[in-house]
Design a protein around this ligand. Structure first.
Ligand SMILES: [Zn+2]
Ligand SMILES: [Zn+2]
Length: 725
């Protein structure tokens, strides 16, 4: 590497909420190429930063502070730096805040710790004993081992090994302390592909082979074998020496998925998710940067890993709302993955059994290429879906399951099969009410009801995490024994099931009793092993698990998601229930699904029962187009909040007055947010609507930069909002 003889200046981006990089001087003898990780002074501190480009010259060269150190790591790839810039501009966040997302692996920039191991040299000791000979024989396979390992394997004392080291019969070598990444074997295939899968796989392979940006929608019903198909695209990327990234919603990152990967490629991929240890985080980050980790399976933040040569992204379950990051830098990982692929000029595959409306419209307009997998792979048929009209067949008083659903469960259990009840509501009851005075117990910090968790004997706020013991008397009127639980959560359904089926083995699956992928695995294995008869769960159960003996799914309240005024409410309800329905009957036994609903005539229920997804999506798309909603128009949500309600309202009025007039842009609000109080802060919302062809970021910049925001007020900007709370 040539030594740069003269000091020069570079701009360094620091992972703090700073809009732009700062200039620093590179002292003679240091090489700070673009993307290099450096230590620079900032005020009294020393900070990690990334060389973003040449110096801007905004500061007089004589006043520049020096780069203190250049760290020993591959420079951040240009595509990732451009990606950071792009997201910052799009989401209206400081570039430094976005950079922070790419540096979430503490210790990854420090040199790796090494351990000393020994391998056999040619020299033999002057005196050979039987114990020494055993060590020599052990070591003669050429592998390096630590002194401890050698002693243990040869069954000798440490002293024997030390003697051989002193005699130079064993030579020290430095070995990394971290496990290496196994090389995926693209020839290690377990299952043959069906003709439909082969045809789809060849389209994907061709795009990877072309090595240009392209977005493909892989659209196939649950069980059609989409995973096997996109694995072939991964194989093609590997064959071309590229890295591949498979993005999954965090909750779908299960060992079942990793096992499938291993069956195809002969080894596990690298993983990236919130449950990783610091040590593993460091190992994967570094392995990705150095090109040793070839395939990463990760949650949304894996997008910010420093891939040295990324050639393919797959976004599985692309419709999942969990890809939207709702705090800090607010971004949609699926949409940003498409940007990442475009910046890196390689293809991206969006896979789903229930693609989002946005993606379907993009496919219809020809922006995305659609690859359809029509058949369910293997012998399984699609489940039969029926609605139970709860007005006609109501449950008994104080119960939640209609007689028809109960008798279906009896029959399924009688055949030795499993049943699942789905209710997307955690806890025991969503509301606690006083029978005497009508008081409803609310969170003191949020405008929401406290949810009773009977198992934990607590009332919990699902928005801020506030907890309180269940009171004995009404906090408002003091009446004792007057508080009643209203409505069901999964715990209450489990209680009803336990009363009706005292012999049945029941598992409750919700995020309250399952923490982390490990505990999921235990329950999922028990279900597979038929140690469970009835599963009661929240949306955790909707994700891609194969339970071959599960033949009956009951949706306790199919109308639940339709109640909120969100523009995607119908679409999301459809997707979620379709996914839940897909759990039934995935092997030889045909599945049956029952939707308990008070609105069987609703478009969502009709689409689910008839299986006519495309017609449903067409109608949804037409409605959104009429209203100028995404993807036909743009939305930006703005939430301002303050602990001081009067100040929040005053500033909201000022903001409204300051909104620039612009053709094609309308500003709705301020209005109290549906969640008008959160963690003690009063919240007000604006919604900015614009036509698709308008640069709404420029509009927002013009608006926000003109504001003088009081210290007590916080503003959160959400481009392409998915949450309207
Ligand atoms: Zn009361
Ligand atoms: Zn709360």
């Amino acid at each position: 590497m040539p030594i740069d003889p003269s000091p020069r200046s570079v701009s360094v981006l620091i992972p703090l909420a700073l809009p732009a990089p700062y200039d620093y001087e590179v002292p003679a003898g240091l090489i700070a190429e673009e993307g290099a990780y450096v230590i620079v002074p900032l005020g009294a501190q020393q900070m990690l930063g990334v060389v973003w480009g040449p110096g801007t010259g905004e500061v007089d060269a004589k006043r520049l502070k020096p780069v203190l150190e250049v760290l020993d790591a591959p420079p951040m790839p240009a595509a990732l730096r451009r990606f950071v810039d792009w997201i910052a501009a799009y989401t209206l966040n400081p570039r430094g805040s976005v950079l922070r997302l790419a540096l979430r692996a503490p210790g990854a920039l420090e040199p790796q710790r090494m351990r000393t191991a020994y391998r056999l040299a040619d020299a033999r000791p002057a005196r050979m004993t039987p114990a020494r000979l055993r060590v020599v024989e052990r070591a003669s396979d050429g592998f390096a081992r630590t002194a401890r390992e050698l002693a243990e394997e040869a069954g000798v004392s440490d002293g024997v090994v030390r003697g051989l080291i002193e005699a130079a019969s064993l030579l020290p070598v430095d070995l990394p302390t971290e496990a290496p990444f196994p090389e995926p074997d693209i020839g290690a295939r377990e299952k043959a592909l069906s003709p439909e899968q082969s045809a789809a796989a060849s389209v994907l392979r061709a795009r990877v082979e072309a090595g240009r940006f392209a977005t493909l929608l892989l659209d196939g019903v649950t069980g059609s074998g989409k995973t096997e198909v996109y694995f072939e695209a991964v194989a093609e990327a590997l064959a071309r020496g590229k890295q591949a990234l498979i993005l999954l919603p965090e909750i779908a990152l299960t060992s079942q998925f990793l096992d499938r990967f291993e069956a195809r490629f002969g080894c596990k991929p690298a993983e990236w998710h919130s449950e990783l240890s610091q040590r593993e985080r460091r190992r994967v980050w570094r392995g990705v940067a150095e090109g040793r980790a070839r395939v990463v399976v990760g949650a949304r933040s894996a997008l910010f890993l420093p891939f040295s040569d990324l050639g393919l992204i797959v976004v599985d379950e692309e419709h999942e709302a969990a890809f939207k990051q709702e705090e800090g830098v607010i971004y949609h990982a699926r949409d940003m993955a498409v940007v990442r692929a475009s910046l890196g000029d390689f293809p991206i595959v969006l896979s789903s059994a229930t693609p989002s409306l946005e993606t379907v419209v993009n496919a219809q307009l020809g922006r995305y290429e659609r690859v359809v997998l029509p058949e369910r792979h293997g012998t399984a048929e699609l489940p039969e879906i029926a609605a139970i009209d709860m007005r006609e067949e109501p449950p008994e008083r104080g119960r939640w399951l209609s007689p028809r659903l109960v008798s279906e469960i009896v029959e399924a259990l009688g055949r030795g099969e499993q049943a699942m009840l789905f209710l997307n509501r955690r806890g025991y009851a969503p509301l606690t009410l006083c029978r005497t005075c009508g008081h409803r117990i609310e969170c003191p910090q949020c405008s929401s009801w406290l949810v009773e968790h009977r198992f934990r004997r607590e009332l919990v706020c699902h928005h801020c995490g506030y907890t309180a013991p269940v009171p004995k008397a009404c906090p408002s009127c003091g009446a004792e024994e007057a508080l009643v639980a209203c409505g069901p959560g999964v715990e209450r359904i489990a209680e009803e099931i336990a009363e009706r089926f005292p012999e049945a083995r029941i598992a409750v699956l919700s995020s309250d009793n399952l923490r982390g992928p490990q505990s999921h695995e235990e329950v999922f294995r028990a279900i597979e092993a038929r140690e469970i008869d009835i599963i009661v769960g929240t949306q955790i159960v909707a994700k891609g698990h194969h339970f071959p003996w599960l033949t009956l799914v009951g949706v306790v309240d199919a109308d639940l998601g339709l109640e909120n005024g969100d523009l995607r409410a119908a679409e999301r309800t459809f997707q979620l229930l379709q996914q839940v329905a897909g759990r039934a009957g995935r092997a030889e036994r045909r599945g049956r699904v029952f939707l308990q609903t008070y609105m069987p005539e609703h478009g969502v229920m009709r689409a689910l029962v008839s299986g006519d997804r495309d017609r449903f999506l067409d109608r949804e798309a037409a409605a959104r187009e009429r209203l100028g909603h995404p993807p036909f128009g743009r939305l930006v949500g703005v939430v301002l909040s303050s602990e001081n309600a009067a100040q929040a309202q005053k500033f909201a009025r000022e903001m409204a007055r300051a909104a620039p007039q612009a053709e094609g842009v309308s500003v709705l609000g301020p209005a109290p947010a549906p969640l008008a109080m959160l963690r003690g802060r009063t919240r007000l919302r604006f919604l900015v609507k614009s036509a698709r062809n308008i640069n709404v970021q420029a509009y927002m910049q013009a608006w926000l930069s003109a504001l003088k925001v009081p210290g007590s007020v916080r503003i959160a900007v959400d481009v392409d909002p998915y949450s309207f709370l």
